[in-house]
Design a protein around this ligand. Structure first.
Ligand code: NAI
Length: 486
């Protein structure tokens, strides 16, 4: 069998210890893989590569299309971005898939209650607050922009439904906060149901994310596949890791159309680094996701059965398991799995997956960056502008001051502070910070962008305007939210 070549970055902290253990298991099971080791992580930042990877490492990942990685440390306080997030975003791995299930030998509240858990979280992996677009609007006020896009949301929803269809899941649930964030989470939810229509055989429903948090800890067995936006997905997937025994059992796959990254959810575990006691299971479980992604179903099943047998026998590393039985170190745990290759656990073999990729194809480099398809354009009209400005004055004083700037038919409609209307009406109990928003509105279609920017410039001559947003209607409907109380 021809070997598929993949890029491997061992990572920092416990990364090399657990990666060596996993590759040793793969080799013992004759997995037809060839490994191209690349340099990424803390030591590379320290050598002066701001992205945390060498140009050769980037080239290798882009030509092979698969990266198997250990955890990596982002140096603190140096203004550098996380290499993990940068890698996911640069290579457009838009879906983060995390699979959580009960394992024999790993005791949890649910396993003791006889409730099996088998659920998959699909987290949008590129957008949301992970754009990391943040600004201080004043010395007291920080702002983070949260992008949710139609093409990005459709991509991740389609991945969730395709996966559900191919792997026999019956239900996909979209979790969101569209009751509060009507435009961003609203768009995520709207596109979910648009995509769901293409998969009538799969049940589609939605849930508010806080309700999901409660139901995951009270009835986790009622979920199959849950799809979420980036930050909400991050938090909920760590919650799910807790349900099945902790971070040592949480694998993840970052899937893109061209490049995919497989890694454990946990970090570099600096407290146990170099002691050869780390649990390699999460990385091994990520490895199973990778093998199945590459079409190596049999190899994944064989090693998974060996892992399940090893756990069933009561073998464990120090972070879990029966404390009355001595724990194994990382090397011994990997040896135990290797010794069990070919065995099937008495409580049932690994779930059989259907091959979703016939063969792996290394990506061919696109000539230019791809512009993702957008919906057919609707008529757009300018209806006003929001000006964000800094001031220590009260809204009572600011209202008449700003009205002086009414320009080209624009009327000052309201002033808000932290999203709550404080002028022309409001409550004396609303506590304010030194960052306001003034909303000027014009009659639909009667003003130009230049008129609105002129208004911003006029106000800016008197007040410190730190940012502006033009208000528009799409197809006659407001493409912006109202202030609380407006
Ligand atoms: P962590 O996941 O490294 O450690 C949290 C706790 O879990 C520690 O007590 C650790 O000993 C334990 N733990 C984690 N993995 C384990 C394993 N395989 N076996 C046994 N015990 C394990 O999280 P922390 O301490 O917040 O982060 C440490 C570093 O890792 C930071 O620099 C962070 O940026 C980085 N990190 C990297 C990630 C990645 O590369 N994908 C993900 C999360 C954090």
């Amino acid at each position: 069998m021809e070997k598929i070549k993949i890029a491997v970055a061992k990572g920092d902290g416990i990364g090399p210890e657990i990666m060596d253990a996993v590759i040793r298991i793969f080799e013992a099971a004759n997995v037809p893989l060839a490994y191209s080791y690349i340099e990424m992580g803390k030591s590379i930042y320290n050598k002066g590569f701001g992205t945390g990877m060498t140009p050769e490492a980037k080239e290798t990942v882009e030509s092979l299309g698969i990266l198997f990685k250990g955890p990596m440390e982002t140096p603190k306080g140096k203004g550098v971005k996380s290499i993990n997030v940068t890698a996911r975003k640069t290579w457009s791995t838009f879906a983060n898939r995390r699979h959580f299930r009960s394992l024999n030998g790993v005791d949890t509240v649910f396993s003791k209650a006889g409730i099996p858990i088998d659920l998959t979280i699909i987290r949008e992996n590129i957008e949301g607050t992970y754009g990391g677009i943040e600004h201080m609007l004043s010395q007291d006020v920080a702002l983070c922009r949260r992008f949710i896009t139609r093409p990005g949301s459709i991509q991740v929803h389609r991945f969730a439904f395709e996966m559900a269809k191919k792997e026999g899941f019956k239900k996909v649930t979209c979790a969101h906060k569209a009751n509060i964030m009507k435009l961003t989470d609203g768009l995520f939810l709207e596109t979910f149901y648009e995509v769901a229509k293409e998969y009538p055989e799969i049940e589609a429903n939605d849930i508010i994310v806080d309700d999901l948090a409660m139901k995951l800890v009270s009835k986790p067995q009622s979920f199959d596949v849950v799809v979420l936006t980036n930050l909400q997905g991050d938090i909920m997937s760590d919650l799910c890791a807790g349900l099945v025994g902790g971070l040592g059992f949480a694998p993840s796959a970052n899937i893109g159309d061209n490049i995919s990254i497989f890694e454990a959810v946990h970090g570099t575990a600096p407290d146990i680094t170099g002691k050869n006691i780390a649990n390699p299971t999460a990385l091994l479980l990520s490895g199973f996701m990778m093998l199945r992604h590459l079409g190596y179903m049999e190899h994944a099943n064989t090693i998974e059965n060996a892992l399940l047998t090893t756990l069933e026998e009561g073998n464990h590393t120090g972070d879990f398991g029966d404390k009355t039985k001595a724990s194994l170190n990382t090397t011994q745990f990997a040896d135990a799995i290797i010794a069990n290759l070919g065995k099937v656990p008495s409580t049932g073999a690994a779930r059989q997956f259907i091959a979703t990729h016939a063969t792996h194809k290394a990506p061919s480099k696109p000539r230019t960056q791809k512009m993702m398809a957008t919906a057919a354009r609707k008529p757009e009209t300018i209806v006003g502008i929001d000006l964000f400005f800094e001031s220590n004055q009260t809204a009572e004083i600011l209202g008449p001051q700003l009205q002086k700037f009414e320009h080209a038919g624009a009327k000052l409609i309201m002033i808000s502070n932290r999203g709550t209307q404080v002028w022309p009406t409001g409550s004396a109990f609303t506590e304010c910070v030194d960052q306001y928003r003034a909303r000027f509105e014009v009659k639909e279609g009667e003003s130009t962008l230049a008129d609105m920017l002129q208004l911003a410039q006029n106000v800016g001559a008197e007040l410190f305007v730190s940012s502006v947003e033009v208000l528009r209607n799409f197809d006659g409907k407001p493409a912006y939210s109202l202030a609380q109380g407006q």
